[in-house]
Design a protein around this ligand. Sequence first.
Ligand SMILES: [Fe+2]
Length: 297
Amino acid sequence: MMSKFEEYFKEVGQWNERWKKFLEAEEISKSESVWDNLDRFTDIVENLSSTVDEKALVNLQLEVETLHNEMENYFSSRQQVGSIWINEPAVPLGQHKLPPLAYPYESLEPFISSEIMKLHHQKHHQTYVDGLNQAEENLKKARENGDYSLLNHWTKELAFHGSGHYLHTVFWENMSPKGGGKPEGKLINMIDSYFGSFEVFKKHFTEAGSQLRGAGWALLVWSPRSRHLEILQSESHMIYTQWDTTPLLVLDVWEHAYYPQYKNNRRAYAENWWQVVNWRDVEKRLERASEIKWPPY
Ligand SMILES: [Fe+2]
């Protein structure tokens, strides 16, 4: 007769295989993190010996539970559109999370020390995540209470921590222990045609980072309007801007936009403005902008 452990071991192995077949049948891309989770689990199962004790069995059960929850979260975040499933999770208000790094802290050495990476990711980035969640929560409270007395403060926090969180998330993904070299395909063609050459682009970008006054970022951006690349500098993370977002509806509150008619009554201008908003345009912008989907954090 099979021991309690052997039975469980076999069951878990089959369960793991079923998930793999299911993911394959659903054509889930190998780059999705669920695959990593399954592979990690396979390693654990394969490295167990048949003489495993109760403690190892308990650990295995915990792993199964974790994996099960991960799978459930993954699939509950998918939506069915027609006959196909699409992966379209969103970040609920106040629930941003620190994204895990795809490589170990020490793997960018000697170019970036393990010490910097660890502190930068675990402490600094976490602070932006917490600050963004706090700003979103406090603005929700303001909407509920109709009390906008701290609006400017929380909106600034939203921009500062939001930009901090989104830009760091891009920054981690922009790096790899296997990095360096040159871009290829469309990117190198666009760099060559706009900046002249890859070397010139690198020089310009390096200068943008080096010469920036104070703290901030150098950014290579894509402009959907001009349809070319550009190099920008951002002092701090923003100035009221949340990078990595797309404007949909904008109100010009410079004096030239209302003063000749409304004088100093900017509020009256802002209230009347709703009479002329073209919602068809805003809807169209949302449609186009939401075609871009990044992993939710
Ligand atoms: Fe940073």
